[in-house]
Design a protein around this ligand. Structure first.
Ligand code: CO8
Length: 260
């Protein structure tokens, strides 16, 4: 499938998805959403693909936000009736059970920051800048920023960023637990792909299970999350890859994964 606003490439078991509107700093319009939903569904459905990386084209931006030009045409009733922004979570986050990484190469503002935070984790280049500047447009985050940013960096910092619209640089983002790791700008894609390949080499069912467990920590109470963790652990214990993984360890060899 060919796309207008993104590119998709398979590199062995890793799908690389690149936001490709560099002149608009990869701003997220409805076409981008439609194409990302398709690309993530294809990644999820393809058993040969075991991890994905999402990044932005050009040197300047991951995504500088939802497309302000497109949204400025809309009225409140349109946003409400279309349940505008809902598919980002319902179609991409919820339906992508396999792991994916955001490789943030520059500005990740507004919807761009929110999209990066939808990933399982973020690897940022030294040039990355994160922010929720919606307040300056008279609005507020709409794709999960007020919730995911607060869960990642805590109330004080999230509140300050949302209320002032200020940007956080990569070093502060790492210190604040927004990103997993910061790497030199010119090594971002290599590092993200290397990490994705490492994940893709793991037993695939265990990768999905680990993701589901960690997400439960965000979505459930501690008691509920601990039950989710135990049940998934017990299911994994019945998998062929568990027998193989443990046998491989004892026999001092690499595991050969079946994905079940
Ligand atoms: N939407 C549409 N186009 C954009 C966006 C965006 N979010 N960001 C940048 N662009 C476009 C610019 O308009 C410009 O296009 P053109 O050349 O045709 O004028 C091009 O990208 C390059 O941008 P700049 O010339 O501004 O580049 P600078 O290097 O000078 O500045 C910045 C870079 C600081 C990133 C600057 O572009 C900026 O501040 N962008 C907007 C950031 C922002 O506010 N993001 C949040 C958007 S809002 C959101 O995500 C959700 C809620 C929105 C609700 C709106 C209801 C109406």
């Amino acid at each position: 499938m060919s796309y207008e606003t993104i590119t998709v490439e398979q590199r062995d078991a890793v799908t690389l998805i690149t936001l490709n509107r560099p002149k608009a700093l990869n701003a997220l319009n409805s076409k981008v959403l439609e194409e990302l939903i398709d690309a993530f569904a294809a990644y999820q459905a393809d058993n040969s693909q075991l991890c994905a990386v999402l990044t932005g084209s050009g040197d300047k931006a991951f995504a500088a936000g939802a497309d302000i030009k497109e949204m400025s045409e809309k009225e409140a009733a349109d946003f409400y009736l279309e349940d505008f922004f809902a598919p980002w979570t319902s179609e991409i986050v919820k339906k992508t059970r396999k792991p994916w990484i955001a490789a943030v190469n520059g500005f990740a503002l507004g919807g761009g920051c929110e999209l990066a935070m939808m990933a399982d984790f973020i690897i940022a280049s030294e040039n990355a800048k994160f922010g929720q500047p919606e307040i300056k447009l008279g609005v507020a985050p709409g794709m999960g920023g007020s919730q995911r940013l607060t869960k990642a960096v805590g109330k004080s910092k999230s509140m300050e960023m949302c209320l002032t619209g200020r940007m956080m640089d990569a070093e502060e983002a790492e210190r604040s637990n927004l990103v997993a790791r910061v790497v030199p700008h010119d090594q971002l894609l290599d590092e993200a792909m290397k990490t994705a390949k490492q994940i893709a080499s793991m037993p695939p069912m265990a990768a999905i299970a680990n993701k589901e467990m960690v997400n439960a920590a965000f979505e459930a109470s501690l008691d509920q999350g601990l039950i989710v963790e135990r049940r998934i652990f017990q299911i994994l214990a019945a998998s062929e890859d568990k027998s193989e993984g443990m046998a491989a360890f004892v026999e001092k060899r690499e595991g050969q994964w079946k994905g079940r």
